[in-house]
Each structure stands twice: as structure tokens, then as C-alpha cells.
Write a protein of this length. Structure first.
Length: 149
């Protein structure tokens, strides 16, 4: 049975994840450095990893398998999970797959280069919206059905 992994430290859709996971009876692991309360439902586990850069990402990378689902905004972790055959969904509801992962990684690297060369460059990210939450829930529901088929 596939599992759902969540890069949970900065994830804005934890409640939506829990609702969909419980509906689909999918074991879910919220991975974080601490500071997140455990969910009362037995399907939703909390995995606390040591403090430090990318510790949650490293743990997820060693555990995730083909047909599992990963929720993350971390592009390098997403690309690794896609390479293992996992489904990857960002909190805004966008899917990262084998077709778009290379372009997304290249865009991320380009923006990092731009920021490092111009310390005054500030990206104008849009705020997280109610529509993002709805799109996320709908896409996660579809991925859970796909992973369980």
C-alpha cells in the first residue's frame, strides 16, 4: 500500500492532507524538525528528524518508494522522488512529474543565481489563496486514487 509523505515544517495544507488521507485510508507521515503537534488519527504519523539543513529531505529521500505520494515545495527533493517513481504535489496543487521536473529544477537554479548576483532582487511571490487550497485538495484526491489503483 502506498504512503503519503509530507515535508511538513512549512507546509500550509496539513489539515487538507489529513482529511484526504483519512478518506482514502492512506498512511501518512508528517516529517519535521519539531514544533508540529501530532494528529490524533492513527493513520497520520509524526516523524521528527534532527535539526539541521535538509534533514527532513534526507529522511524522506531514504524512505519514499514508487507509487508513494510526496507533498513538498522543495524542488531537489521532488526531483529525487519523481526519479524513484513517486507522485509529487506542491501545496499550491501543482504536480511535479518526469515531464516538468527538469524545467522546474532549471528555473529554480536560475532564480537562485539571479538572487545571488543581485542581493536587492526580490521575487514577487503571490500569496497562498483559498483557490490554492481547493486545487491542492482536488489534486491530492486524484493522486490518492491513482496511487491506490
Amino acid at each position: 500500500m502506498p504512503s503519503l509523505y509530507v515535508d511538513a515544517d512549512a507546509c500550509p495544507v496539513k489539515e487538507e492532507i489529513a482529511k484526504v488521507a483519512i478518506r482514502h485510508q492512506m498512511p501518512t507521515i508528517m516529517v519535521c524538525n519539531g514544533g508540529i503537534r501530532p494528529h490524533p488519527h492513527p493513520l497520520i504519523a509524526l516523524q521528527i528528524v534532527p535539526s539541521g539543513p535538509d534533514e527532513a529531505d534526507k529522511w524522506i529521500d531514504t524512505e519514499i518508494q514508487s507509487q508513494d505520494i510526496l507533498i513538498t515545495n522543495d524542488i531537489p527533493l521532488a526531483v529525487k522522488a519523481v526519479a524513484k517513481g513517486a507522485f509529487v504535489l506542491r501545496p499550491d496543487g501543482s504536480v511535479i512529474d518526469e515531464k516538468n521536473s527538469g524545467m522546474i529544477l532549471a528555473s529554480r537554479d536560475l532564480m537562485a543565481d539571479i538572487r545571488s548576483s543581485d542581493p536587492f532582487h526580490q521575487s514577487k511571490g503571490r500569496p497562498f489563496s483559498k483557490a490554492d487550497r481547493g486545487r491542492f485538495s482536488q489534486m491530492l484526491d486524484q493522486l490518492c486514487r491513482r496511487a491506490n489503483s
